[in-house]
Design a protein around this ligand. Structure first.
Ligand code: GLV
Length: 388
């Protein structure tokens, strides 16, 4: 077992182990990738205020997200095609999350189905749902989630159409991969990945193939997504989705205070400030810059989480101190999953937990639920001073 001290260690192993097509899928932003890059670099502009000679014993990272107990306020974000990063990847990730005591959110675009994950894990998980035109399909997703005892639904509102990721087009990304000279060459030397993939039967989009009308195989899938994602989405439609699901609801993909205020009126339990990991609107602000004005606008009206760019416990600490009740990680755990399956996801969580715990202590704080902006030095104008 290699010594893992930071998330970057996992990314390096992941890159060697997984076919380039899937590494690129994970590690891309849309178009020029400006937002993808700034999601990370903007965290570095915020400094932590070091304090000394303050009793830092008895620290706790335990908290709650949407009223559910968590060992630390970090959820595993929905990531499409996780089961292509490692065979049965969604099950591995959900198991690691369950053992650690943090929420796992399954993507609708997963390889393992809702039922696969429910049957192979113990802890309840969250289900992410896109905003689609086909209400029958969406209602069935919610019904399946209820039957699987999912403890929250997450509606992604920032993907009415797909931001272009150049590499996915050039790589001819699909699940399972189409067999071309390039993809065969790519996969043939990822031997452990390939052997594990051959051992599992889960290689298609498990929530779609066989569930959505007219989708019997992967080749009709891109067509299905293109035609089914609802470009006509509005807040009334989101209220209709709210009526389809009576459990806890989270709205993911909010970047503007006006949209955050709209989300407060939908009856959601939380919003996630997210630019989809820089994969949708290139040129959008980083999520950490967007967080402050959204917190100021919504106050205590709704629980706010942050996603996009979180790669360390220090990032989590900064977002929490700015007022977020929790953070979501995507790539940070996918690196671990691709590197070494469930154990790698556990490693990613261990690394982030330790960074959060020790950094919180070095800021003179002992309770993750009682953080505030006083531990931060935020540059003037960080959240922008824009022309109207
Ligand atoms: C899907 O949500 C993606 O970002 O690829």
């Amino acid at each position: 077992m290699p010594v893992i001290t930071e998330i970057e260690d996992l990314r390096r192993i992941y890159k060697r182990r997984v076919p380039k097509m899937f590494y690129d899928y994970c590690e891309s932003g849309s178009w020029s990738e400006q937002t993808f890059r700034e999601n990370l670099s903007d965290f570095e502009q915020i400094y932590l205020r070091q304090r000394v000679a303050i009793d830092m014993t008895g620290r706790s990272t335990a908290s709650q997200m949407i009223g559910q107990d968590v060992a630390m306020p970090v959820a595993l974000a929905p990531v499409g095609m996780t089961g292509m990063q490692h065979a049965d990847g969604e099950i591995h990730a959900a198991r690691a999350a369950g053992k650690f005591g943090v929420p796992y959110c399954l993507s609708t675009m997963s390889i393992c189905s809702i039922e696969d994950v429910a049957e192979n894990t113990d802890a309840p998980f969250w289900l992410q749902v896109y905003t689609m035109k086909d209400d029958d399909y969406t209602q069935r997703l919610f019904d399946r989630a209820r039957a699987a005892k999912c403890s929250a639904a997450v509606i992604t509102v920032d993907l009415q159409m797909l931001g272009q990721r150049h590499k996915d087009i050039k790589n001819g990304l699909s699940a399972p991969p189409k067999l071309t000279a390039k993809s065969i060459a790519d996969m043939s030397w990822r031997v452990p990945w390939g052997l594990e993939m051959l051992r599992t039967k889960r290689r298609f989009f498990g929530n779609i193939v066989g569930h959505a009308k007219g989708v019997g195989d992967a080749s009709s899938l891109s067509d299905w997504t293109h035609h089914n994602f609802d470009q006509g989405l509005n807040w009334d439609r989101i209220r209709e989705f709210r009526r389809m699901w009576d459990g806890p609801l989270i709205i993911k993909g909010i970047m503007d205070p006006r949209d955050a205020l709209e989300a407060c009126n939908v009856g959601a339990d939380a919003i996630v400030v997210s630019n989809h990991g820089g994969r949708q609107l290139d040129g959008a602000l980083s999520s950490i810059r967007a967080l402050g004005p959204i917190m100021d606008a919504v106050g205590d009206r709704i629980e706010v989480h942050l996603d996009s760019g979180v790669r360390s416990g220090q990032d989590v600490l900064k977002a929490l101190a700015m007022g977020a009740k929790g953070c979501w990680i995507g790539r940070a755990y996918v690196y671990g999953l691709g590197a070494m399956g469930e154990r790698g996801v556990s490693e990613a969580l261990r690394v982030i937990h330790k960074e959060l715990d020790v950094s919180m202590g070095l800021c003179g704080r002992t309770d993750v639920r009682a953080l505030d902006r006083d531990i931060l030095m935020i540059p003037r104008g960080f959240s922008g001073d824009w022309e109207d």
